[in-house]
Structure formats: C-alpha cells, structure tokens
Design a protein around this ligand. Structure first.
Ligand SMILES: Nc1ncnc2c1ncn2[C@@H]1O[C@H](COP(=O)(O)OP(=O)(O)OP(=O)(O)O)[C@@H](O)[C@H]1O
Ligand SMILES: [Mg+2]
Length: 435
C-alpha cells in the first residue's frame, strides 16, 4: 500500500480546483460576489461527497455484493478497493468451505464411529455416519443431547466418569443387538472437547472366543489321556526294570509337567470365561500363614521364609483365585532363589486406603529387558533355567488375570543377582476392614 496520493486523488484535486475557479468566475459575474460562488460550489461538493459516502455505507451495512466499480475519482478507487477485498474474502471462504467439505466427507467415510463430545456437559457436538449406525444416533435430533442419556448402561457411566476413561472400553454390547460388540475410546483433542472413537470389534471378539474355546477344549481333552498314561506309568516299578528306571522316572516327571500345563491352561480359560467375580471376604491373617506353609513345603527348609502382616485388613474377591495368584508368586520366589536365600511376604496398607502384598526374594533376578513381557503366556526368561525348575511360563499370566479381575495391578522390580519383588497393588475399594 502506498502512502502517497494516487492518481484518482490528484485528478479529484484538479477537478475541485477547477470547480472552485468556475465558482469564483460565475459568482463574480452572475451574483456580484466571488465568495458566494465559492460557497455554493463548496456546498454542492460536500453534498455530493456525502451522497457517495452514504451509498458506500449502505452497501457495507446491508452486506450487499458489490458490482464491478465503474466510478472514477476517490470514491471509484474506494469502491474498487472494497470490491477487491470482497472478491478475495469470497474466494477464501469458498476454498475453506471446500476443505471443510473434504474433511467432512473423509470423516463420514471412515468405518469407525467418531463423536465429538463437550467435556463438561458430555453433550454431542458432532458425529459421523458410522457413529450414527453403530450407536443408533439420529441427525440432527441427537446433536446437543447428553451422550450418557443416549447410551445409558452402567459400564459406560462408570467408565466415562471414572479415572481410567482414557483407557479403551472393550466388548461393549449395544442395547437391542446382541451380535454387535463395540470398543469405545476417548481422545482429549482440545481442552473443551473429547473425540470418542467407536469401533465394531464383533469379529475380533468372535475370533477371541474361538481361541478361548479351542484352548479350553484341547486342555480338557488332554486331561483324560494324560491321567491314563500317568496311571500306567505309576504301575511300572523302576526297581523291577533297572535299565528302564531313568526313562520311567523321566516319563513320570514329564507327564506330571504336562498335567500341570493342562491345569494352568484350564485355570486361565476359567478366569477368562467367568465374568462375575465372587464377593467373598479373603481373610489375610489366615491366607498369609497358608502361603508360608506352602512355601516351606516347596523349599524343604532350604530358604528362610518370613511373613509381615502390617496392614491388618482383608480383601474382597475370590479366595480361590487370590490364593492361586499369591502362591504362584511365592512358588516363583522359592524356585528362582538359590538355597540359603530369604523370601519375605509383606502385607501393607497404602495412604490412599488401598493395600499391597509384596513377595520379595534374594534370588537370581530378571534382566530388565524381559520384565515387560514376563506376564505373557509361556514366556520364560531362559527356557533352560525354567525347564530345570519345571516351569511352563503360565504362572504369571494367571497372576495378571486374577489381579485384573480384582482391579489390582502387578508391579515388578528386579535386579539380576540381587533379587526380585512382585507387588500386588489393591485399590481401596477391594480392601475390607477386619471386624
Ligand atoms: N521371583 C523370580 N525371580 C526370578 N525370575 C523369575 C521370578 N518369577 C518369575 N521369574 C521368571 O519369569 C518367568 C515366568 O514366570 P512364570 O511364573 O510365568 O512361569 P514359570 O515359573 O516358568 O512356570 P509356571 O507356569 O510353572 O509358573 C520364569 O520362567 C522365570 O524365568
Ligand atoms: Mg511360575
């Protein structure tokens, strides 16, 4: 933009000077006074400019579309500037609208449902076609409606109002359609809004069910032949056939190991199948000595095993499952601690009202790179070391499943050659005070 007067401005000045000169001549000749002529000319010029100004203001006020300017002078220049601005903003608006249309089409074409929610009121701001189909939303009826009023299930309410709402909610049924299973995931994409991503995971859940059924059926079917083989092997006396003795003992220990794997797999299948958790009171003051006795039996006096009951409270949940999880941790501590080591079970209260059970050993420890994967099924740090100790790699996955069912967490700390600590962290809601 130039700060110097343009050509239109200069020609206007010339025109004004000409008019004033004309006013002087006409005023002097016709009216007897040059000043009257000047005053009349000035009045006419002001009136004309006022009229032009009023026209421009009216155009702007009424937001009318300007036609290509044909006027000359300063007003012509002003009009052409306004016309240019209006064209530019029109082009920009059209370009933005086209981009928005493309985004909308992309969002609508995505197979996953997307719902924009207001964080405060949980009101629906926008949703795509897939969300309309998956959640039975209606456009525009449901815009502005509270999401939890439309999907009013206890699981959704608990999840969206709970502290873990950024974790996906899996395997959610849709009211009125049992065959569809959904996963919901909240993404905090601005300070005011959530993006809720809804995914149809029915196919995945069906495959998962097939896998679970397969593992459960195979384990169940293997049980009987294994019992028969084990029974016959027990009948053969190694002393009667000295040359077969090592083979028979080896076969016995391997069938026992297979039977243990089958039992562990069945236990995992049961944990996965059972949706309801029993609500017993697990009395820790009697469970802890039981765990100690089991550890002593396994250790055969080769380790020092101590228990510290500092929490003096109980747990709510399934006694059978928690007993199985804790004994897996204790048996690992015994197995992976060389003779003469110490194993400590500590039951402690947390500041937030929760409680922790930790099993600490002075054993071989676990290299840091194995810790993230150690709770996977059949995962062992060193297969030779685990095979020596008769392990199959299912113990910690049982622990993980049981703790997840009790809304608890497993923390693993370990240092190679120093020892390990496995801590089960229970929330305050799982703790029951002793009467
Ligand atoms: N306290 C521990 N100290 C050292 N290593 C451990 C400890 N607990 C577990 N591990 C390692 O983690 C692996 C997985 O443990 P997990 O209990 O799942 O299986 P496992 O003990 O081999 O077999 P099982 O199914 O009989 O329990 C073990 O093979 C072992 O290498
Ligand atoms: Mg184990």
């Amino acid at each position: 933009m130039s700060f110097f007067p343009g050509r239109a401005w200069q020609s206007s000045m010339w025109r004004l000077a000409g008019l004033l000169l004309g006013g002087v001549i006409v005023g002097h000749a016709a009216l007897g006074s040059a000043w009257i002529g000047i005053a009349l000319v000035a009045l006419a010029v002001v009136a004309w400019h006022y009229l032009r100004l009023w026209r421009v203001l009216r155009l702007l006020r009424e937001r009318r579309r300007l036609v290509a300017p044909i006027g000359r002078g300063v007003w012509g220049e002003l009009e052409s500037l306004l016309y240019r601005r209006q064209r530019e903003s029109l082009v920009r608006k059209r370009r933005l609208a086209a981009i928005l249309r493309v985004y909308r089409q992309v969002a609508a074409a995505v197979p996953d449902g997307a719902v924009v929610l207001d964080r405060q009121a949980l009101a629906i701001v926008w949703f795509n076609n897939a969300a309309e189909r998956l959640l039975a939303l209606r456009y525009p009826r449901d815009l502005g409606a509270r999401f939890t009023n439309l999907l009013r299930t206890p699981r959704v309410l608990e999840w969206i109002n709970g502290p873990d709402r950024l974790e996906p909610l899996l395997d959610l049924g849709v009211p009125g359609n049992d065959s569809v299973r959904l996963s919901l995931r909240l993404i905090a994409y601005t300070d005011q809004q959530w993006l809720l991503v809804v995914r149809d995971i029915s196919h995945l859940m069906r495959l998962e069910q097939v896998r679970r059924d397969f593992v459960a059926n195979v384990s169940h079917e293997l049980r009987t032949p294994l019992t028969v083989i084990h029974g016959y092997l027990d009948l053969i006396e190694p002393d009667d056939n000295p040359e077969w003795a090592p083979i028979i003992l080896q076969m016995r220990s391997q069938t026992e190991r297979m039977a243990q794997i089958v039992e562990d797999l069945l236990m995992l299948s049961r944990l996965e199948e059972q949706h309801r958790l029993s609500d017993e009171t697990v009395v820790m003051s009697s469970l802890l000595p039981t765990l100690q006795r089991e550890a002593q039996a396994l250790s055969r006096g080769k380790h020092t095993i101590t228990i510290n009951d500092e929490a003096h409270c109980n747990l709510s949940g399934s006694l059978k499952e928690l007993h199985s999880a804790f004994s897996n941790l204790v048996s690992n501590a015994v197995r992976y601690t060389p003779d003469g080591g110490t194993i400590t079970l500590r039951w402690q209260r947390c500041d937030d009202g929760g409680a922790t059970l930790s099993v600490t050993d002075t054993g071989v420890g676990i290299p840091a790179q194995h810790i993230p994967r150690i709770t996977e099924r059949f995962y062992r740090v060193s297969s030779s070391r685990s095979r020596d100790s008769g392990g199959t790699g299912l113990g910690l996955s049982i622990v993980k499943h049981v703790l997840a069912r009790h809304h608890a967490q497993l923390l693993i700390e370990s240092e190679v050659g120093v020892g390990s600590r496995f801590t089960c962290v229970f929330a305050a809601s799982s703790v029951r005070e002793t009467p």
